[in-house]
Design a binder for this molecule. Structure first.
Ligand code: OGA
Ligand code: MN
Length: 297
C-alpha cells in the first residue's frame, strides 16, 4: 500500500509500498500527484528500474522534457549514452563507459547542477516533475539538497512580500554556466534557447500556496538595473536556501527521488570527480493541465 512518511518539518516525504518498475495505474498516479502537491519531494528507496521502466513511470505524469539537450551540436554537446533520448544522463561517465576527464564538456556542464536551480526554468514549458534514479555512487559526497520555495515565501517579511509583488524575472539557460566560467558555447548554441520570463511570486497549482520562484537560471528582474536585480535575486535565493529550509538527500543505489520543479530548488554537492557517479533523470514538461491531458490520451 502506498504510504508517505515526512522526512523534514517543512516538506519531503519517503514513499513506501510502491514498485516503480510496474506500470502505475491511474489511482497510484493520482496518489503520487497528491503527495507531490503536498510534500514537493518524494523519496522512494530500493527500486530496480531499467531505463525503459523509468521512462514509462515518468510518462504517466506527462510528456518528457529533454533539458539542455536542445542545444545544437558544438563544443558543449556530448554524445548521448543512454538508450532513451529523453533519459538525462546525470553522470560523469563518458560515451565509452569510462569516468570522463574532469575537463570534459560532460563533466563541466554537469557541474552547474551544483548551484541551486529548478530544472529547465530557462525554457517554456519548464519542467514539472524530475525523477532522479541512483545507479552508481561515489564513496563520499555527491548528496543532493532540496529547498521548498513555498516555505521560503511564507517566511519572507511582510515588507519584502510587498516589494516583490508583481515582479517578473528573466531566466537564461547558460547564465549559471557563464557565471562558473564555462563559456565555451557557439553563437548558435547561445541563440538556441532564448530567455524566458517568469513571475517572481507564483501560486503553486497543486497546493494553492504562494512561492518564491528563484534559482541560478534567473539573470534579471525586468524593469530593474542588472546589478540591483541580481542582488535582490541572490538575497532571495539565500533566504530560500537557509539551513532550516533544506533537506539533504544521502543517496543509496536504487533510490529514486522525485521533485516538483515548480515548488522547490535543488543542487548537487561536491564529490571526487575521479570517482564514478551515475544517476539517470526523467523529467516531465509543465504543460497547462488541459494540454497535458490531451497529450496523455
Ligand atoms: C538534476 C540535478 C543534482 C545532482 O539531476 O537535475 O540537478 O545531485 N542533479 O546530481
Ligand atoms: Mn537539476
Amino acid at each position: 500500500m502506498f504510504e508517505t512518511r515526512p522526512l523534514h518539518p517543512l516538506f519531503v516525504a519517503e514513499a513506501t509500498g510502491i514498485d516503480l518498475s510496474r506500470p502505475a495505474g491511474p489511482d497510484l498516479t493520482q496518489a503520487i500527484e497528491q503527495a507531490m502537491d503536498r510534500f514537493g519531494v518524494l523519496v522512494v528507496r530500493g527500486q530496480t528500474l531499467s531505463q525503459a521502466e523509468q521512462i514509462r513511470f515518468a510518462e504517466a505524469f506527462g510528456p518528457l522534457d529533454l533539458g539542455l539537450r536542445k542545444l545544437p551540436s558544438g563544443p558543449a554537446a556530448t554524445r548521448h549514452r543512454l538508450e532513451h533520448e529523453a533519459l538525462i544522463d546525470i553522470s560523469n561517465v563518458a560515451p565509452d563507459g569510462e569516468v570522463a576527464a574532469r575537463e570534459s564538456r560532460k563533466v563541466l556542464s554537469n557541474l552547474a547542477n551544483q548551484l541551486w536551480h529548478s530544472d529547465s526554468s530557462f525554457q517554456a514549458p519548464r519542467a514539472r516533475y524530475s525523477m532522479l534514479y541512483a545507479v552508481v555512487l561515489p564513496s563520499k559526497g555527491g548528496e543532493t539538497e532540496f529547498a521548498d520555495l513555498r516555505a521560503a515565501y511564507d517566511a519572507l517579511p511582510a515588507d519584502m512580500k510587498r516589494d516583490i509583488a508583481g515582479l517578473e524575472t528573466e531566466h537564461f539557460a547558460l547564465h549559471s554556466r557563464f557565471g562558473l566560467g564555462d563559456t565555451e558555447y557557439t553563437p548558435a548554441q547561445i541563440a538556441a534557447i532564448p530567455p524566458v520570463r517568469w513571475p517572481l511570486v507564483q501560486r503553486h497549482p497543486g497546493s494553492g500556496r504562494d512561492l518564491l520562484f528563484v534559482g541560478v537560471h534567473a539573470r534579471a528582474i525586468l524593469g530593474m538595473s542588472l546589478p540591483e536585480g541580481r542582488l535582490l535575486l541572490s538575497d532571495l535565493l539565500e533566504h530560500a536556501t537557509q539551513r532550516e529550509f533544506v533537506y539533504r538527500h544521502q543517496w543509496r543505489v536504487g533510490d529514486l527521488v522525485m521533485w516538483d520543479n515548480r515548488a522547490t530548488v535543488h543542487r548537487g554537492r561536491r564529490f571526487d570527480l575521479s570517482e564514478r557517479r551515475e544517476l539517470r533523470r526523467s523529467t516531465t514538461e509543465d504543460l497547462p493541465a488541459p494540454v497535458a491531458a490531451a497529450v496523455r490520451s
